[in-house]
Design a protein around this ligand. Sequence first.
Ligand SMILES: [Zn+2]
Length: 215
Amino acid sequence: MEDFFGQASGVDSKLHRVVRRLLMLQMVMIATTLPIHAQAQQGVTVWVQQDAVVHGRVLIVAEDVASKLFAEAGVRIKWRCGHPTGDAISIEFSERTPSGYRPGSMAFALPYEGVHITVFYDRISRSTVADLMPTVLGHVLAHEITHVLQRIDRHSETGVMKAHWTNADLDQMVSRRLSFTAEDIELIQGGLSSRALPASTQKLGEKTAEHPLSR
Ligand SMILES: [Zn+2]
């Protein structure tokens, strides 16, 4: 007895070919409609220049929060400590940010340049109770990395990519994390595709995307 995809003979062969094509088409449709977390994840390396500014445990938990957020967007973050090579994403922390420098911002990224992120750790620390620090920092990291991955300066009406987080957003961070919108995820995936292109075809610039954390 032959299996369904085996060689058929006689008048059945044409019917088998048609059925086989239909089944293959159905399989392709199923593959394209799987939820994003069920599809293969793309890896992104992020270098963190810690320089002892951030307590080690706070950073580990914050990275875990950001990793879980990105997993929902089909992205697996590979965290590295130190200074990057090439055009890998790089995060540095500021602990003595001048009050007049980008006032109101907790961090900023260079989305069109696609590499550098600066987190004003001192400002986040002053505005956040210690217990919530890893959670808030994780969301800030995810927010800024998303700017760099999307390679455009934009925000969403809800979730991780909101321009201003409210107390209600902070409450949700603590209870079950914020989330990305469908458009956020689409732009992240599009940005990852363009990241794979040769540097000469990528759009470069210095425009910054900031993230003020409002209360
Ligand atoms: Zn932002």
